[in-house]
Design a protein around this ligand. Sequence first.
Ligand code: NAD
Ligand code: DAU
Length: 332
Amino acid sequence: MHRLLVTGGAGFIGSNFVHHVVATTDAHVTVLDKLTYASSEASLADLPADRVRLVVGDIADPETVDPLVEQADAVVHYAAESHNDNSLADPSPFVRTNIIGTYTILEAVRRHGTRLHHVSTDEVYGDLELDDPARFTEATPYQPSSPYSATKAGSDHLVRAWVRSFGIPATISNCSNNYGPWQHVEKFIPRQITNLIDGVRPRLYGAGANVRDWIHADDHSSAVWTILTKGESGRTYLVGADGEQDNLTVVRTILEIMGRDPDDFEHVTDRAGHDMRYAIDSTRLRTELGWEPRYGDFREGLERTVQWYREHEDWWRPQKAATEATYAAKGH
Ligand code: NAD
Ligand code: DAU
């Protein structure tokens, strides 16, 4: 595991993983990233140039992907179109990147026998009812709801088929909702924090009863490293930190942390096909591989995240107006 290829390593979670690898191992990292609107070169700026290099390119381009996979001991595949609302407006880049891109990675991995870890989402399982005590496990049937989650489900199926049919050495992780620094302002938590910095009321889709299972991005990174180094090829691991919260509670908590009236938000048009509840049972990862999350206190993690956005306005400001204009056009 000395030479890693990290796709999507300039995105929110991929860049967190690159920092984790540099801080905790002596591995060298090549980041392959197309630098879409969701990326941030700044998130990699303070890393040592002799340990991390950025290749700007498309995971759906075999001529770019093949030599990079050939030179790597392992590929950690984060690159994706990641935002549900965008996938409802235009699914095409989701199909291209998430499905064709993953297929392109798989074919290179097959040619060169390289170890692959595929990073996926709990959304492939669809959603749970609010009053259902069940949580997702590795045995839960796939039932994706949105174009985004359907393309991630498709990518998971491709990885499973390449393991079974061609014997490639690969693992998959399906993680719940991440939060932390460097997350694009289109996503729920940074959108509300930056709205409040701008004096704008938070926007809650529908009634706000929908539940997400929040995990700090640092904990996701330690889980992926654990699976990459200790996981059994062909196996899937669910990643979660027992962080279920409904959206209304999250908005109220952010308002409180930022010194505002907890009821000072707006209900806006709901997301089409909005999944009700996600919840992860990460027993396999904890008992078989010994992983544990470090961020147990969601409110404290949120406080640190609020502080980070207050201190990094120069980073998110250029994206904010265009993001809000897109939301306004959809009634969100
Ligand atoms: P993100 O949108 O912040 O970053 C995605 C990165 O991929 C960007 O840097 C982008 O430039 C790059 N990219 C997109 N298309 C590309 C292409 N064709 N070629 C090369 N690079 C390309 O996403 P994120 O939130 O960091 O998510 C990363 C991965 O983790 C995704 O696979 C996502 O499905 C998965 N995931 C995310 C969450 C979450 O809560 N954000 C939870 C579970 C799983
Ligand atoms: O579960 C993992 C998934 O989590 C990842 O696979 C996705 O890449 C990631 O984007 C995230 O998907 P969600 O759709 O759950 O995240 P989002 O931040 O878009 O929304 C979180 C919840 O907040 C969801 O119920 C919709 C709601 N929401 C979102 C926005 C942007 C609001 O109520 N208001 C908003 O302004």
